[in-house]
Design a protein around this ligand. Structure first.
Ligand SMILES: [Zn+2]
Length: 438
């Protein structure tokens, strides 16, 4: 079957006016899909009305169905039921913990809830929720993912696209976790998810935020070819409202600072206030904000050269030259100083403005505010101040996602699904082990 593409108006608001954001990406791994011996260069536009970023043209609905049945996994996650590694399983478990942590922080108790996940992958999040007492089910279009889930967890997902899936039960919680951005029509998907809700049921959505691209990845790489839509909080709110849903809770608390939304149905008697009326001024504000966040990424596109310069000339001077340097560079600089046995310089850096965590960029397990606090603790330990060191390690453990709270992760280690040593390089793991020894 030939791949077909279609030119579209905005799925969220119906507007046909848009602004070009990124075209013909050069980032070969994540942005250009080589599929059926043809390269697909994606073009991203921003809707002039609601501000959502989307592919235009976009792969047609039929081509997309074909693509997700098998090719997606071959391109982005090239493993199968026999070659799946502990690292790949662990990565999903870590992502699931961000989700459990957030639900816990807003007081949502998963115990005895009936949960359904749209695009459940291996079923890692569902298995984590089952371990906390939830009753779980899910649909997954990828045959290989569901085979892996069955082998690894004994979890059987329904293999089908969500569009074609027949709803037979109602659920307390429907999850669409890093999946909505892949749909041909997020509007249709979210409306369908709404019909699956039991009275007082909720929808949990996790989507990448357009305001927190990953440092060091150019914009065309961040706007991955497989992401048909990239939302801001405002454009997502527009989508939710259109689907008869309101936002009960929202936070940039997902893995890599993805956005979490907990949604519920609104009654017609309720007034829902959109925070961003669709005016040109507001769209321009979003565009400017986006450009601002991305400026530092262009500055440090050659990270290797930058890191070398930093080591030769010292960090503080360089940091002045690049005020928006990334957290990952600061972290690697402190690691380097400690390896050179220069704890005094490390403390000076951490106490300077350049050593402060920058909140305008994405984060990850090892590029996390907790990592900087952990490194501060290591610095104090090098200096012989064990009391301060211990304080820092304890503070860091509170900042990291609460990996140690959930038995399912340690159970996975015990059951041999995840080798313990893959966490050996993770700063949160080292931090916990160091604390145990103190
Ligand atoms: Zn729109």
């Amino acid at each position: 079957m030939e791949i077909t593409e279609v030119t579209r108006e905005c799925d969220i608001c119906g507007c046909d006016k848009n602004t070009l954001i990124s075209k013909k990406p050069s980032w070969t791994k994540t942005s250009v899909i080589k599929y059926k011996n043809k390269l697909y260069h994606s073009t991203d536009v921003m809707c002039n009305n609601c501000g959502v970023i989307y592919k235009n043209p976009m792969m047609s609905r039929e081509s997309m169905r074909d693509f997700y049945q098998d090719a997606y996994m071959q391109l982005y996650e090239p493993f199968n039921v026999t070659s799946i590694s502990g690292v790949s399983i662990a990565l999903r478990a870590v992502t699931a913990i961000y989700c459990l942590d957030w639900l816990d922080s807003i007081g949502y108790d998963i115990t005895e809830k009936k949960v359904f996940e749209v695009g459940c992958g291996f079923g890692t999040l569902l298995m984590a929720m089952r371990s906390l007492g939830a009753e779980v089910a899910g649909v997954e279009p990828g045959k290989r993912s569901s085979e892996i889930g069955e082998k690894v967890f004994g979890f059987k997902a329904t293999v089908n696209s969500f569009e074609e899936f027949n709803i037979s039960h109602l659920y307390d919680l429907v999850i669409i976790n890093n999946t909505l951005e892949h749909f041909y029509s997020p509007t249709e998907a979210l409306k369908k998810a709404r019909t699956m809700l039991s009275p007082h049921g909720k929808i949990l959505v996790e989507v990448p935020s357009m305001l927190y691209p990953y440092p060091g990845i150019p914009i065309d790489g961040f706007l991955s070819s497989a992401h048909n839509f990239t939302f801001s909080k405002e454009s997502f709110e527009w989508l939710a409202y259109k689907c008869g849903l309101k936002i009960d809770y929202m936070a940039y608390k997902g893995h890599k600072k993805c956005m979490f939304f907990l949604l519920s149905e609104y009654k017609h008697s309720e007034t829902v206030q959109l925070t961003i009326p669709p005016t040109k001024e507001n769209i321009n504000k979003l565009l400017n904000q986006y450009q601002e966040v991305n400026t530092f990424i262009d500055d440090i596109s050659d990270q290797v050269k930058f890191t070398q310069k930093m080591k030769e000339e010292g960090y503080l001077g360089i940091a002045k030259e690049y005020p928006n340097h990334t957290n990952v560079l600061g972290i690697s600089y402190v690691n380097w100083l400690l390896a050179q046995n220069k704890p005094k310089e490390s403390l000076d850096f951490l106490n300077s403005p350049a050593g402060v965590w920058k909140d305008n960029q994405s984060e990850d397990v090892d590029m996390h505010p907790g990592t900087l606090t952990y490194l501060r603790g290591l610095t104090y330990r090098h200096l012989g101040d064990f009391l301060q060191a211990k304080k820092c390690f304890e503070e860091a453990m509170l900042q990291y996602p609460h990996f140690y709270k959930y038995n399912f992760l340690s159970d996975m280690v015990i059951n041999g699904l995840i080798p313990e040593n893959i966490f050996g390089t993770s700063s949160w793991y080292n931090c916990a082990k160091t604390l145990e020894m103190m």
